[in-house]
Structures are given as C-alpha cells and as structure tokens.
Design a protein around this ligand. Structure first.
Ligand code: HEM
Ligand SMILES: *[C@@H]1O[C@H](CO)[C@@H](O)[C@H](O)[C@H]1NC(C)=O
Ligand SMILES: *[C@@H]1O[C@H](CO)[C@@H](O)[C@H](O)[C@H]1NC(C)=O
Length: 493
C-alpha cells in the first residue's frame, strides 16, 4: 500500500460525508436563525414556523438541485414533485434557498392565488430593476402601477386596439409563410423569431426591417440574456452587457419619440398611443415613461410569443388529427370571406370567437408551452398563511408551471389535447398568465397572434419535423434542441 492509498478513501468517504454535514447544517442554521428572530412573536403565543422544505448547501442553496432537474435529467416538474414527496403536499408552500437568498416557493392553486392577489403584502423586487425598466409597468407599484397598466391595457388589450393590430400584423405573417415554403426546410425557431420581431417593430414603433432593426434585435437579445444572468455588474459580465444594451435601446426609442414630436406624423402605433393617452386628471405619460415601457413591452412580448408559436408548430406536426380538425374549421372560415382583396384573405379580431376549435388549440398550446416557470415577489411584511410564516424581506417564487402539468388538474397532462378545453380548467389551476393585479396585460394580444398564424398555417401549408424525437432543452425556455427544424411546403390541393 502506497502512501497515497488514503486519497480514495477521503474522496469517496469523507467528502460526501462533509457535504452531507454541510447540507444538514445549512438548513438547521437557517431554521435556528428564524426561531431566534421570531421567538415569542406568534399571535396568541403560538409558535412561528417556516414552511417545510430544505435550504440546500451553504451559498449554493438548492441551485444544484434545480439545475439537475432542469438541465441534466430534463424533468423540470420533478423539482417540485420531489418536495411534495419529501415534505407532503401541505398547503403548497416550501422553504428553499435559490438565486442567492433564502426564499419561499408557492406552488398550489390556492397559495399562488394568495400571493398574487395580496399586492400589499407581496411587492416587486427585481435583481436589476434597471434591466426591467425603472419606470416600466413591471417595476412600479401601487397607484402608479394601476395608472400605467390602464394605459397599456388600452393600447394592447382593448378590442378596438386588437382590431387594428390584427390588420397590421397579418400581411407580414402571410408573406413570411410563403418564404418558408420557398425555402422548403426551415429552422422554425429562427423564422418565427424573425417574423415576430418584424411585427413588434411595426406594431410598436412603425419601423420596417432594416440594418437598424437588426441591430435593435441584437441588443434585445443581449438584454434578455442579461435578465437571465447572475446580476453581477462587472466588466465582461452578461449582466453588464445587458445594462449597456438597455441604455442603447432606450436611446434609440427616445430618438424616435423626439422625431415624432417635431413632425406630427399620424402613426397608428403603440408609441403614438402611449404618447397621446391621458388619465382622469388629464395627465400624460412622460417621454421617459413612454420609452421605458416600449422597451419593456418588447421584452415581455417577444420571446414569449415566439416560444408559444414554435410549440404550436411542433405539437401540430405531431398531432395530425388535431391539425385536420383545425384545418377544417379554418378553411370554412376562409370560405366565408369573398373577394380578392388582401383584406378578404385575413381574419379579423371579431372572427376569433367563431373559431371555437382554434381557440382550444391556442389554449392548449399556451398550457403546454410552460412559458413562465415562475413569477417573483417579495414579502413586504411578515405574512401568515395556514400556520406558516413568510418572513418579511424574503423572496417568494410563485411556481406556475407545475400546476399545468399536474395530473390532479389536467388528465394526462403531457398529451397535447385541445379537446380538454371543452370544459374550463378547474378554478385556479390555469395560471399561465399569472394572476391578480399583475396578470399579463398582453394575454389577448398573445392569443390573437397565435390564432392568426394558426389560421394561415393550417389553410395553406403542411410541415413535418425533421427530428421528431429531438430532446427538449428546459433552460432558459423549454424548446426543442434543434430549433424545431422542419420540412415546410404549400398544401397540395
Ligand atoms: C403566451 C405569451 C405570454 C405569456 C405566457 C405571458 C405571461 C406573463 C405572466 C405570467 C406575467 C405575470 C408576471 C408577474 O405576475 O410578475 C406577465 C406579465 C406581463 N406581460 Fe406577459 N405573457 C405573454 C405575452 C405577453 C405579450 C405579447 C405582452 C405585450 C406585448 C406581454 C406583456 C406583459 C407585461 C407588460 C407584464 C407585466 C404586467 C404587470 O406587472 O402589471 N406579455 N406575462
Ligand atoms: C412542459 O413541462 C412538461 C413536464 O416537464 C414537459 O414534459 C413538457 O414537454 C413541457 N412542455 C414543453 C412544451 O416544454
Ligand atoms: C381562401 O379563400 C380565397 C377566396 O376568398 C381563395 O382564393 C383562397 O384560395 C383560399 N385559401 C385557401 C388556402 O384555401
């Protein structure tokens, strides 16, 4: 036996033992700190308790466990599933340590609703508010939030706005599909991203594709990366690059706004809408608020819409029966229009309620797309929930995705089955757009854009996945690893 023989013993024995000890110690330490701080503070002398769960390893917390489920084993819902089996279903609250801080996870319909609807108890605290936009609707709170939301809802969620938007985005979608068919094979993720962005530029600021919009697109890409990255503001970090791009974007849109003030062009777009609107006191948004919110609306709407449309093409390629039914309804809709003008080839906002099956496909697509894994809040005060304490200052991660893949709420949850929407979801179990005072103001716009593209896809084209069994990446967004490559052609009639 050489002198080094003790090394393997250390590696295979002592190191795991130390890790285990650290793991136990971390949770015990956090709980003891909590008990000490909250000693005797319970109402009517009751003891204060943290929700069940575990704080993971020192510093890292449960980050490794999260990466394990999302990145390595590719079963993201087992991150929550493992908690349920270790600590029981309980009230849907668990303690954890994620993203550098002790936190609470909410993951049941009732607990999520409680957090999302108690805007006084749970506020917003972004790691880097500057990236989200200091004066943007996603960052402000209270009365300013309500006022700003009013403006944004009027601009993108009102029937009259949606009616206009439908006519603005549709020609681009129709033209894009023709170019896909000309190419024959496409990487859907790339093409869908391109047309979604072109439409955003048109809808928001009336910009046509140009070298400038390509630049803007790159800056948005880096800004989005910055939002997902560790919030370290040092030279060379992704976060720093994101901040830089945010400043460039704000500057570009500021210029657009200045130009508009000089020459009163009658642009019928989101920027003009936001510039003109007044609240009850006749007060308008400041220039800075307009610009900041335009940038933030692109952030909120760009990747989410792209992802949903990618999944629609993916699931339909795998579900010929669904596609056939979708095609039938949409061909019928197309037939109901006559004439040879461009307008007669488009659907309108008012057609959508008639497209009953298409609506189900859209809902099912959004459910399966798992777009928002979670939303973030912070406890503004100590909050009691069913005997547990959410300590003041702790982040609360409202876990949305596990609801939509829970077999207790959705039969056979991993099957793409639009017919499940013949009945509405059980109350509180469909939270894809969040809830409460911050429920997604773009939800009708997102649904409409998916409906429009489904209409034109189904009546005019057919497509097959080149790699139907490709694995799915779950970070940062669930998507097929090959970008959803497909053969794409005009429907032969
Ligand atoms: C399928 C697509 C989409 C999904 C699944 C989605 C999901 C969500 C969710 C879950 C929230 C809540 C965040 C929170 O509570 O903190 C949210 C907020 C928001 N979404 Fe969406 N979204 C989508 C598309 C869009 C689009 C197209 C736009 C606009 C162009 C948009 C604009 C916003 C804005 C501005 C907020 C912040 C609202 C506030 O804080 O009051 N979203 N979205
Ligand atoms: C949503 O999550 C489930 C469960 O992890 C997964 O199987 C499914 O593929 C996901 N859907 C998409 C579109 O990623
Ligand atoms: C849709 O209807 C128009 C007539 O209004 C017709 O010319 C066109 O071929 C139809 N499109 C498809 C894909 O059936």
């Amino acid at each position: 036996m050489g002198a080094w023989a003790w090394w393997p013993g250390l590696l295979f024995g002592a190191v795991p033992l130390l890790c285990l000890a650290a793991w136990h110690f971390t949770d015990a330490w956090h709980c003891a700190a909590f008990a000490l701080k909250y000693r005797g503070r319970g109402s009517k002398g009751s003891r204060q308790r943290l929700p069940p769960g575990h704080m993971g390893l020192p510093f890292l917390g449960e980050t490794l466990s999260l990466l394990w489920y999302f990145k390595l084993v590719r079963r993201p819902d087992d991150f929550i599933g493992a908690k349920k089996s270790a600590y029981g279903d309980g009230v849907g609250l668990y303690r954890t340590h994620l993203f550098g801080s002790p936190s609470i996870i909410a993951c049941s319909p009732a607990a999520n609703k409680f957090v999302l609807q108690s805007a006084d108890s749970f506020g917003i605290r972004w790691p880097v508010p500057e990236l989200v936009g200091i004066t943007s609707v996603g960052n402000v709170e209270g009365a300013s939030h309500a006022r700003l939301r009013g403006f944004i809802l009027a601009a993108i969620n009102k029937p009259s706005s949606l009616r206009t938007i439908a006519t603005v985005v549709q020609p681009r979608i129709m033209a894009a599909l023709q170019t896909w068919a000309d190419k024959g094979t496409i990487v859907a993720a790339t093409e869908i991203k391109k047309v979604t962005f072109a439409n955003i530029c048109k809808m928001f600021v009336s910009m046509e594709p140009s070298p400038m919009t390509d630049k803007i697109d790159q800056w948005f890409g880096r800004l989005l990366d910055g939002l997902k990255a560790f919030p370290l503001d040092l030279p060379g970090t992704t976060s720093r690059a994101g901040r830089k791009c945010r400043r460039k974007l704000n500057a570009v849109f500021q210029e657009v706004l200045e130009a508009r003030k000089k020459v009163h062009t009658g642009c019928d777009d989101l920027m003009s809408g936001l510039m003109q609107m007044e609240d009850e006191q006749g007060k308008k948004l400041s220039d800075n608020e307009v610009v900041d919110n335009i940038v933030s609306l692109v952030i909120a709407g760009y990747e989410s819409t792209t992802t949903a449309i990618i999944w629609a093409t993916y699931h339909l390629a795998k579900s010929p029966v669904v596609l056939a039914k979708l095609r039938e309804e949409n061909v019928e809709m197309n037939k109901s229009k006559s004439g040879s003008t461009l307008a007669s080839l488009m659907i309108t906002y008012d057609d959508i309620p008639k497209m009953k099956y298409t609506t189900k496909v859209v809902e099912e697509t959004i459910r399966m797309a798992n777009i928002s894994t979670m939303v973030f809040r912070v406890a503004n005060m100590d909050v009691e929930y069913h005997g547990y304490t959410i300590p003041k200052g702790w982040p609360v991660l409202v876990w949305l995705r596990s609801l939509h893949t829970d077999p207790n709420y959705y039969q056979d949850p991993l099957t793409f089955n639009p017919d499940r929407w013949e009945e509405p979801a059980k109350p509180g179990t469909y939270q894809v757009f969040g809830g409460g005072s911050r429920i997604c103001p773009g939800n009708m716009l997102a649904r409409m854009q998916i409906t429009i593209i489904l209409h034109h896809l189904s009546i005019g084209y057919e497509w097959e996945l080149l790699n139907p069994d490709v694995e799915i990446n779950y970070l940062p967004h669930p998507r097929p690893a090959d970008g959803t490559s497909m053969a794409f052609r005009r429907l032969s009639t």
